[in-house]
Design a binder for this molecule. Structure first.
Ligand code: DQA
Length: 145
């Protein structure tokens, strides 16, 4: 099983970035924890982060036929990007939307998620654990081939 983890803008600044909201775990540690969990489960994991909407669109397009599932935290693009929604719909790869915080409990402008319509599951407000939960969920949800 192959899974792509995609992270949007400013998630590379985890640890430094508003730790009261996003926690003290830095981005490298998040990636290491995910890779360790994937290895234990026998899953091949690719992790990518970009601050650029178009690059995220390209990464989703390039994932077609290459991965079985996507774990996606589009960060601020969650609330603005029809292009990311369309990319996910185009490739139709089972995708779990993940957020460290719960955007629905924050400012009004974070209450809309465009990509949610193309996702089979949303996990929010569980910090780094949310990514691990998404991995578990995909492992159980995806048919084995
Ligand atoms: C976030 C929530 C978004 O509203 C915010 O713009 C982010 C991170 C989260 O993981 O909680 O950058 O996606």
């Amino acid at each position: 099983m192959k899974i792509l983890v995609l992270n949007g803008p400013n998630l590379n600044l985890l640890g430094l970035r508003e730790p009261a909201l996003y926690g003290h775990t830095d981005y490298a540690s998040l990636c290491a924890r995910l890779q360790a969990a994937a290895e234990e489960a026998g899953v091949s994991l690719t992790i990518r982060q970009s601050n650029h909407e178009g690059e995220l669109v390209d990464l989703i397009g390039a994932a077609y036929g290459q991965v079985d599932g996507i774990i996606f935290n589009p960060a601020a693009y969650t609330h603005t990007s029809i292009a990311l929604l369309d990319a996910l719909k185009a490739v139709a790869i089972p995708t779990v939307e993940v957020h460290l915080t719960d955007p629905d409990q924050r400012e009004d402008f974070r209450h809309t998620s465009y990509i949610r319509k193309a996702c089979c599951k949303t996990i929010k407000g569980r910090g780094v654990q949310g990514y691990l939960d998404a991995l578990d969920w995909l492992i159980h949800y995806l048919p084995t081939s």
